[in-house]
Design a protein. Structure first.
Length: 804
């Protein structure tokens, strides 16, 4: 269009200038211009020719280019066709269809497997039910159960494997899906590029047509060639550019095709690997199928075996049930007959039941009635028991009194003063030679008699009992223990150890720690007795330890042992004596006793310079008080056991002792004589007993009077050198003992006890010690008294008189 307009303007400009050149000089000019125009025309013709040549060359070129382009387009078409073919081939060969087919196949297989699995599960469920039934039935063998368990495990494993295969399959499905999508994408892109290519081709062919048309129009309009040439030139450059672009486009498309091919190749490779995997999976699935088949077969076999087993068991059970049924029928028949016989029994039972029901209804009333009567009966019984108890208690008390009376009578008959003699063995202290020879012998047939060789003559003595040197502490205590226990019954008891120093008094009373004497044994016995009576009685045992030295009483358990104690009458008017400030210790065990003794010993030792000497010059007293309470009767008893280790009875005064030694001797003499006097007065039942003549007798007044019991243990040394003292001691013993034999009249005859000197019997004229002071009147001269004693002794029995 623009070309046409330009051509129009060019022609109109030339027509306006022609009339001016045809005028003269204008004509000249016109001729010149004509010539010039002719030249110009020639030049233009030449140019046109050149242009035509150029154009034709260009045309040829264009034709060649279009041919080339056509060739290229044909090539591209062919390529496109090839690609389309390739794509369709690929599609038919490997593409989505195969994968889809494969997927479909897998899906179908999967479905089949699923159905099979369902069937298997159904079978399994049925088998489980059967198994449960069999487990309930007692006859099944557990082998099947185990086999079933194994099969179930296997099945579960297979199911797991199938699950895995399924998972893999679904993965593959996904992959195939992805690949299909990518293929579709590639196809789309290919389609797009084909469409683009077709468009381009279309455009190019259009342009070619345009160019050809232009060339044709140019050919038909040679006058406008100049402009057309320009246009062609312009068009030609455009065509060149378009060609260039289409070449670039073509190149790009070829590159794209190359890339697509590459992608296609990769996809082929992927497809191959997928196919491989699919083949593997298929093989696996086949394997699983075979395994499943096998398991299934096995399961079927097992099921068959189980079925057989079940049938067998059922048959067995059936036959057993038949047998049982028969037995049951038989039983039933028996039961029926029983029922027939039981009916009357049932009737009677019903009657019984009804009567029982009535009884139960009446039971509370009956019970109340019975309880009331039972209560009454029990009350009566209790009353009876109480009255019986009261009667028994009364009888018991009477019996107690009777017992005491009998005891008193017994004591009276036996004498409540008993005299024992104990001869110690010869010791090292006795020395050697004639002086240490044995002067004491015994009667093998009579344990109450002993013989003493004194100054060449044998003197015999009869006591209540004589202990030879070999007698043990235990033997001695055996004879003493009855006295000790009577203290529990409320009697007062005195046990004296009498004899010269070294004769064994302390040994008999205290003994040694390894071999204790009467003191410790008596307390132990008391403890044992008290324990034995603990069910009915409450007992308390207390001890005091005292010493009488030079007529002074001292408390060896007190805080101030040197303090002199006084003996006083009880202010309650009972006439009882007591020692204010005398310490009493409550003892319950041997340990307590040992502590008390030790304490006493320590106190005694601190008060003197020579304990041995001191102890032989003083009386040691262990006072045991036993207080009892009979819980049932409320009866209270108090018994006192006085265990006295007397001072040495040897005659010191005669050996010319002076000063304190003489004083000690006089005090000892006085107290021992006072003891003799008291015993005598008691035995001869005198109205007045001179208790107050010494501290010892005054202190022991309660324990010496009344129905108290006294034991005098006369200790003697068997050594020849001590025979004089032994004689004295034995005479004292015999006289003490002989007192009870005399009639009441003796009161008048033997109103006073002989002194120690008198006891010796070989000094008739000796005067009594100055310190001695009897409250009782002295009835006559000592010689007459001695003669009287001798007379009594002669009349008393087998004893020979002591040679005077
Ligand atoms: P006393 O107390 O009369 O002065 P002892 O009891 O101290 O006399 O005795 C003096 C010695 O004789 C002591 O060594 C004692 O062990 C010993 N003795 C006394 N009697 C016996 C006996 N029966 N058996 C063995 N040794 C005894
Ligand atoms: Mg002694």
């Amino acid at each position: 269009m623009s070309v046409e307009k330009a051509g129009g303007r060019l022609y109109s400009g030339k027509r306006a200038s022609l009339p001016a050149t045809r005028q003269f000089p204008v004509i000249q000019k016109m001729v010149e211009s004509m010539a010039h125009l002719q030249e110009e025309k020639l030049r233009l013709q030449q140019e046109l020719l050149a242009l035509q040549e150029k154009l034709s060359a260009r045309e040829n070129e264009e034709i060649a280019v279009s041919v080339q382009l056509q060739g290229q387009v044909a090539n591209l078409k062919a390529n496109l066709l090839d690609q389309a073919e390739e794509i369709s081939r690929l599609r038919s060969e490997l593409g989505g269809t195969d994968l889809e087919k494969h997927r479909d196949l897998l899906a179908a297989e999967n479905e089949r497997l699923r159905q099979e699995m369902k069937a298997c599960e159904g079978e399994l469920r049925a088998l489980r039910q059967q198994q449960q039934q069999r487990q309930q039935a007692p006859c099944l063998a557990c082998e099947h159960v185990q086999e079933n368990g194994r099969l179930q495990e296997r099945l579960a494993q297979l199911q797991r494997e199938v699950e895995e295969a399924r998972a893999k399959l679904s993965e593959l499905d996904l992959e195939v899906q992805q690949k299909t999508n990518r293929l579709a994408e590639v196809e789309l892109r290919l389609k797009d590029s084909l469409a683009e290519k077709a468009e381009e081709e279309e455009r190019l062919s259009r342009r070619l047509r345009d160019s050809q048309e232009t060339i044709a129009s140019l050919k038909s309009q040679p006058q406008q060639i100049k402009y057309i040439i320009k246009t062609v030139e312009v068009e030609s450059s455009k065509a060149k550019q378009a060609l260039c672009e289409s070449q670039l486009r073509n190149q790009y498309l070829q590159e794209q095709v190359g890339m697509q091919r590459q992608v296609l190749k990769e996809m082929e490779q992927q497809l191959q690997s997928s196919q491989k995997t699919a083949a593997q999976l298929r093989a696996q699935i086949m394997m699983y199928e075979a395994e499943l088949e096998r398991a299934h077969g096995q399961m079927l076999e097992e099921m068959q075996a189980m079925e057989d087993e079940k049938n067998r068991a059922i048959e067995e059970a059936f036959s057993r049930a038949q047998v049982e049924m028969k037995a049951v029928h038989e039983n039933l028949a028996g039961v029926r007959t029983n029922l027939l016989t039981l009916q009357p029994a049932l009737r009677t039972l019903t009657n019984d039941y009804n009567s029982l029901k009535r009884q139960v209804r009446d039971f509370p009333l009956l019970l109340q009635e019975t309880l009331r009567s039972a209560r009454l009966e029990i009350g009566q019984a209790i009353e009876e028991v109480n009255s019986t108890n009261r009667e028994l208690l009364r009888k018991y008390r009477r019996e107690l009194q009777l017992r005491k009376k009998c005891h008193n009578e017994l004591v009276r008959l036996k004498g409540n003063i008993r005299v024992f003699g104990r001869v110690r063995p010869i010791t090292k202290e006795d020395g050697e030679g004639a002086e240490a020879t044995n002067a004491v012998t015994f009667d093998p047939d009579d344990d109450a008699v002993l013989h003493l060789m004194h100054k060449g003559k044998q003197v015999s003595f009869e006591l209540d009992k004589v202990f030879p040197p070999q007698a043990t502490q235990e033997d001695v205590f055996q004879e003493v223990q009855a006295l000790v226990t009577s203290c529990i019954d409320g009697y007062n008891v005195c046990i004296f150890a009498y004899g010269q120093t070294g004769a064994g008094k302390t040994y008999t009373m205290e003994g040694t720690s390894a071999n204790p004497g009467i003191n410790q044994r008596a307390l132990q016995l008391l403890f044992a007795e008290v324990r034995g009576k603990a069910a009915d009685w409450d007992y308390g045992i207390t001890v005091s330890v005292a010493e009488i030295y030079n007529e002074a009483l001292r408390d060896l358990l007190g805080k101030e042992p040197q303090e002199k104690l006084e003996i006083k009458l009880c202010p309650d008017g009972s006439g009882q004596l007591y020692v204010p400030g005398l310490t009493e210790f409550r003892v319950q065990s041997v340990e307590d006793i040992n502590k008390v003794f030790e304490f006493g010993h320590v106190n005694r030792a601190t008060e003197c310079t020579n304990l041995n000497e001191h102890s032989s010059r003083s009386h040691a007293l262990l006072i045991v008080t036993v207080r009892g309470l009979d819980r049932s009767t409320g009866l209270r008893t108090t018994g006192k056991l006085n265990l006295v280790d007397l001072a040495g009875s040897e005659r010191v005064g005669r050996s010319g002792a002076e000063g304190s030694r003489l004083r000690e001797a006089q005090y000892i003499n006085k107290s021992l004589s006072a003891l003799g006097d008291v015993i005598y007065a008691l035995r001869s039942r005198q109205g007045h007993v001179p208790f107050r003549n010494s501290k010892l007798t005054y202190l022991l007044q309660d324990s010496l009077s009344g129905d108290s019991k006294t034991l005098m243990m006369v200790q003697v040394s068997p050594a020849e050198k001590n025979s004089s003292e032994t004689l004295c001691s034995l005479k004292f013993a015999e006289r003490v003992r002989s007192v009870e034999l005399g009639p009441v009249s003796r009161k008048a005859e033997l109103a006073s006890w002989p002194s120690q000197e008198q006891l010796e019997g070989d000094s008739p004229g000796a005067a009594p010690p100055a310190a001695r002071g009897h409250a009782a009147p002295s009835p006559g001269p000592p010689a007459a008294r001695a003669a009287s004693i001798r007379r009594k002794l002669q009349t008393s029995g087998k004893l020979r008189p002591v040679p005077v």
